[in-house]
Each structure stands twice: as structure tokens, then as C-alpha cells.
Design a protein around this ligand. Sequence first.
Ligand code: NAP
Length: 283
Amino acid sequence: MKYVTLNNGVQMPLLGFGVYQIPPEQTERAVTEALAAGYRLLDTAAAYGNEEAVGRALAAGGVPREELFVTTKLWVQDRPAQDNARRAFERSLTRLGLDHVDLYLMHQPYGDVHGQWRAMEELHREGLARAIGVANFHPDRLVDLDINNEITPAVDQIETHPFFQRTADHAFMRERGVQLQSWGGFAEGRNGLFSNPLLSGIGARHGRSVAQVVLRWLVQRDIVAIPKSVRADRMAENIDVFGFELTDDEMTAVAGLDTGASLFFDHRDPVMAERLGGVRVDT
Ligand code: NAP
């Protein structure tokens, strides 16, 4: 496994396993199989409803805690956000059965983000979260959070895949020392990703699958990827991307697939800000 070094010196695996949309009753088995396949970075969230199942798999998995990199996420909190965020973190930690997490992310750029962030800063200072970061923050929101607080987010986890490549956002994050982590690296299969002719052709040249080409393309750009699968064969396939390299021409060809637009929704859409920002989980 390759690692990236975050802006506070913490080492993070370049490839991990995401558990969004894995039902709680399937999650323990999936994470157990992912650990067996060699994954050490696990990405969950309070909003996914499966932290307890992740925790059970980690407890039974026998992998030393210091080898694991566990991420969970804070959902939008009611005011006072700072107090509520701490309580939400404590509930997540209890469900995971851990005494600290490796990365705690603010899940959405909504609500009292500064109050939530200050609670996260405290958790970090107390050693309860080795690194803190955000998700779904566009550069303007990232700057606003950064300049009004003490700790620069270590990570921004955003939708990033061949049809929405985030090249400018990536360059911006690099300048500010923020690590880009891709969610939806396969675009959840949308837009015919797994049968895309260009990606299939590149895969054929290397004797690799489209999934492997996409993940290789991400990690070759130093983007942390967290593919999700409930199938052990695909977990093994998805982690096996460090034994080949895409050529410069192939990277350039994949760059041509970028549409510059989300295949899900734009977090700056006011309708979504109101709808998602109004959702409460785990209160
Ligand atoms: P994804 O990883 O882009 O795609 C998952 C889909 O691809 C599933 O349908 C899976 O099916 C299929 N798949 C996986 N490996 C495959 C392979 N080798 N060949 C063919 N199909 C394959 O989607 P995602 O789960 O949305 O994103 C990944 C992770 O990012 C999530 O699990 C979550 O941890 C994180 N995430 C974060 C946010 C956020 O707001 N911060 C939002 C979305 C996701 P099977 O399971 O049937 O194999």
C-alpha cells in the first residue's frame, strides 16, 4: 500500500474501502472481507447507519489498531453546534468501539460550519481525531473555513471520477495543503462508466479491468480513493492497482472524459442546501 502524508504529518493510505449504501446487516461481513483483502482505510459516517457494524468487524478482524485508518463523519448539527458536534462524535466513537478515529470529516458544508469545526479542532487537540477535514466543500467554503479558524482541513472528500475530474479544485487544494479524497470514484457506475470504450481499451492494453484503470488514474494523481463493493472478488480487484502504470498519453486521454459537472448534485444548489442541510441524523 502507498501512503500520502497529510498536512499535520499523519500518514493516510492512498486507497481504502467505503461503506456508503452497504446495509448495516451486510456491513460486518463486507468490512471483514475488506480487511482480509488488505484494506486498512475504512470510510464510514454517522449518516450511513453502519458504524456499529464497522466497529464489530474491526474488533473481530485482528488487525492491530495502529495499522488501521478509520474515518467517520459528522452530520449537520443543530445549534449550539459546538456542543452538539462533540456529542455526535462521542456517539460515533462508542458505536465504532474505538478510543480515537484517524480522520473525522465534516460531512456537508451546511449549518454552523464554524461551530462544528471548532468542536472538531478541540477533538483533534485532545487526540481523539488524529486528523480533521471536510467533505463536499468547494474552494470558496474551504478558504472561508481556513482563514477563520486555526486548523487547516487535512482532507476534502469530494465527488471525483473520470466524468467530473476536479482538476482546478485539486490544484487549489494542493496549494493550500489539503489532500483531495475522491468519493464516488466509479461515479457509482453512472454514465456507463464500467463499459466506457476508452477506459475498456486502456484496460485491455494492460490486462486490467475498467475499475482498475479508474482507480489507477486516481491514485496516479495522488488522489485518495475509497471504492465500495459488497463483493469479495471486486474488493480484491480494486485494491490491486499498484502493479501497473498508465502512460502520459493514457492519462491525457482519460482527461478528455471530464464533463466538468457533477453526476449527482452540486452542493452549491440552494434547493439541496435547504433540503440536505435540514436533514438530521442520530439526534
Ligand atoms: P463508487 O465506489 O463510485 O461505486 C460503487 C459501485 O460500483 C457499487 O455499485 C459497486 O457494486 C460497484 N463496483 C465496485 N467495484 C466494482 C468493480 N470492480 N467492477 C464493477 N462494479 C464495481 O460509489 P460510492 O460508494 O458512492 O463511493 C465510494 C465511497 O465514497 C462510499 O462508500 C463512501 O465511503 C464515500 N462517499 C462519500 C460521500 C460524501 O458525501 N462524503 C458521498 C458518497 C460516497 P457492488 O457493491 O455490487 O460491487
